[in-house]
Design a protein around this ligand. Sequence first.
Ligand code: UD1
Ligand code: CA
Length: 451
Amino acid sequence: MSVHTIILAAGQGSRMKSNKAKVLQRIGGTSMLEKICHTAGAVSSDITLVVGFDKESVLEEAGNYNLNITSSLQPKPIGTGDAVRCGLDKVQNDSKVLVLYGDVPLIKKETLQNLIESSNSGLSILTTVLDNPFGYGRVKTNDNNEALEIVEEKDATDEERQIQEIFTGVLCGSKALIEEGLSKITNNNAAGEFYLTDLVSIINEKGIRINTYKASNEEVKGANSKQELEQLETTYRAMKAEDLFEKGITITDASRLDVRGSVECGRDCSIDVNVILEGNIILGDNVSIGPNCIVKNTNIGSNTKIEAFSHIDGAKIGDSCVIGPYARLREGSQIESSAKVGNFVEIKNTTLGKGSKANHFTYLGDTVIGEGTNVGAGTITCNYDGKDKHKTSIGDNSFIGSNTSLVAPVTVGSNTTIAAGSVITKDIPDNALGFGRAKQENKENWSKKKD
Ligand code: UD1
Ligand code: CA
């Protein structure tokens, strides 16, 4: 049976005190909605978002996820049961329905797969047991752990509030069963809303058993306020660090590492404090990332060291390189093996060849540099003429003296030397010395006359 996910995303989330829909609040660098949609995409063939408040922004964002997403409008936010009812229109009759809440974004794919499997006989709900269940719907069960009823906090008696097993918002069952159950819910409750949770007692009364499947506390946390959002961020951070520990990465302090994407790695990699890893990161063996670095969408080869305070985005770095401290590698930086990039060096759309060095205060843009070349302190490739970008090419084993400006387009050969302080506007052939500065003149015995 195919699985169709309905994600509830129509609420404003008034406790967020925000102009945007609650599900667009961000955790770990992406919105809650993006996280839950990708998880839904991994376990189901179709996704329907139930939208309402700020629906234009929600749909515009979801359009960029590269997933098969349709939407249904919930005209007014009159309850989670009504929201699911709106979404059911898009579901084929013979499908299973998986319901997810857009504000419960950290749920794991494996948990959902297990829940879906356990729902074969009818309906399964995902629960967890909390030390402090305040605010959540409490799940009443029989001795076989089958759910009998869910009671919302607002409607619960003191005795029911003692129940620690709570509903996570996630459930799975056949469309027919859910549709029939939802046709019977009312808004006769403390909130005056059509609760999805009433489905449980309605189906139970028909004599159909409802499985409960328990998830870990962390993955089913929801965020209704900015404080809960921060708590979710903390949980997410810990979950991502756990993934990295499992891969064998040494992390100095998991609470000071933010992984906002995916990391693949070899053995013996280490990450110091206050590091942010974003997008797709691939590390070889024995890579070390120093404190206070930001690394995004980058491949780093084995035995390479990224020193403190470096900012790297969209780079490819080879084996045995040293980058930083205070280096900035931008989109299209290709640093080949054993090369060095030092402090206050900015590199963009540039290849720095094997064993080459740019160690101090330099800008290299739209440049190709060969092997074994030394780029002196203060070298600037003047790649932009105010209108267009131009290329600089430098060969192997060359020595670019300090404070050189290379006015692109310009080609510098191999085994060349450029005198410090040069402004290079013409090509330099192999094995030549390029000298492009005013000659110094000394005037002997010249000094200001004293009266
Ligand atoms: C809900 C559950 C509660 C559960 C908790 C888990 C109900 C009645 N209660 O409570 O049992 O323990 O989640 O986190 O379901 N939404 C709509 N349309 C609506 C109302 C809500 O799309 O008319 C969406 C919201 O945008 C949100 C989700 O449904 O993404 C959950 O709604 P929310 O109001 O946050 O429910 P809770 O009070 O947290
Ligand atoms: Ca909620």
